[in-house]
Write a protein that binds this ligand. Structure first.
Ligand code: FAQ
Length: 328
């Protein structure tokens, strides 16, 4: 509501012609590992790619509060409730830093939020799966935050300064989140047979969707080549997925859980785990809006937005009053 002017600012920037000279000079700066800052010249496609990725990332953090929010009142102890509440609050904070980082590229938060609420904007597929048991909260922290860290640590070196800097703090918090998830899984695995079975069931349901978080195979990834040339992405989707599998399979072994993949085996020659084929149709269905919880997630977000209208109006009235006072 405060930043609609940014949409116009974004349009104004597009006026400058993209000469060969400007494009080469820009690529040179990227190749030299210089950070690109908000007021620097940048190709329009670079700006649009960043707005797409950062806003999708922000939406993922915001929608990502819902699966865990589902367990806030049902966490098994006061300590677990307090920890989960803090984690969910952190995700809201990540969404806000990321919306701010995207705003530096000349798009308003209003526009981004409108795109999310209308179903136009994407968010991570992973948040369209249900959280059926307490163990799912452990699995989200361990696997989903674990995958998020694997993907986001390289983003701390992204060529666009505001995004890279936002990611530093986000990654520190995600790292704490991952450990709390692992701690939940560890406690369940040290518990009764029924508790261990809950942990195994959660791993069975979250394993493959977590691998899908990294996006399509490199050969199917439309944006990777250009995003890597611009040093927005530092590793390809498949490289990051492999790193995640290599680290996480060993953690599952430590917990005494089995990864639900009959084809999983360690390859001595490559030094990596080989894993089975991902059900890509499932990923594309979820991205297209047909996952188990897509409808529910969007409706809940739309309802929260409508219910929160009075807060936005009050904040705006307060800001106008302050501005009027300052002017007087
Ligand atoms: N879900 O060409 P690529 C978190 C889309 S945050 C949905 O490979 P790109 C924290 C993609 O957008 C999790 N859509 O695309 C947390 C593109 O569509 P478009 C989010 C997906 O951008 C934890 C098309 O497919 N993290 O978990 C997915 O080069 C716990 C082609 O794909 C980020 O956003 C997917 N999984 O690579 C919160 C990190 N995969 O835009 C709460 C930043 C692909 O052309 C609780 N983002 N698509 O219509 C990235 O690193 C990249 O954007 C990728 C995708 C790697 C996600």
């Amino acid at each position: 509501m405060y930043t609609q002017g940014l949409d116009q600012a974004g349009k104004d920037r597009r006026v400058a012609a993209e000469t060969e000279e400007l494009l080469n000079a820009f690529q040179k700066r990227v190749d030299a590992e210089e950070k690109i800052e908000a007021k620097d010249w940048m190709p329009e496609a670079y700006r649009r790619t960043l707005i797409r990725q950062i806003s999708q990332h922000a939406h993922s953090e915001i929608i990502g509060m819902q699966p865990e929010g589902n367990w806030l009142t049902r966490a098994p102890s006061l300590k677990r409730k307090a920890i989960l509440l803090a984690k969910v609050q952190d995700e809201a904070g990540h969404g806000l830093y990321l919306y701010s980082a995207a705003e530096t590229l000349g798009v308003s938060r209003d526009q981004m939020v409108a795109d999310l609420l209308s179903g136009k904007a994407k968010y991570s597929s992973i948040f369209n799966y249900p959280t059926l048991s307490w163990a799912d909260i452990g699995a989200i922290g361990w696997l989903v935050d674990g995958a998020a860290i694997m993907n986001q640590i390289p983003l701390c070196r992204c060529s666009y300064g505001p995004y890279a800097r936002a990611m530093v703090r986000v990654c520190k918090e995600e790292s704490f989140h991952q450990r709390q998830g692992f701690d939940i899984m560890h406690s369940l695995c040290l518990g009764t047979a029924a508790q261990k079975a809950m942990a195994q069931d959660a791993l069975d349901r979250w394993w493959w969707p977590s691998l899908m978080m990294f996006g399509p195979n490199d050969s199917e990834s439309t944006h990777s080549a250009q995003s890597m040339a611009w040093k927005i992405k530092r590793f390809s989707n498949d490289e990051l997925r492999q790193k995640f599998v290599d680290v996480t399979v060993q953690q599952a072994d430590f917990l005494g859980l089995s990864v639900p993949d009959d084809e999983l085996r360690f390859d001595d020659e490559t030094g990596h785990y080989q894993f089975g084929e991902i059900n890509w149709q499932e990923l594309f269905d979820v991205i297209a809006g047909n996952g188990p919880c897509n409808k529910q997630r969007l409706e809940k977000r739309q309802r929260a937005h409508t219910d929160g209208a009075w807060v936005r109006e009050a904040a705006q009235a307060y800001a106008s009053k302050q501005a009027a006072r300052a002017a007087a």
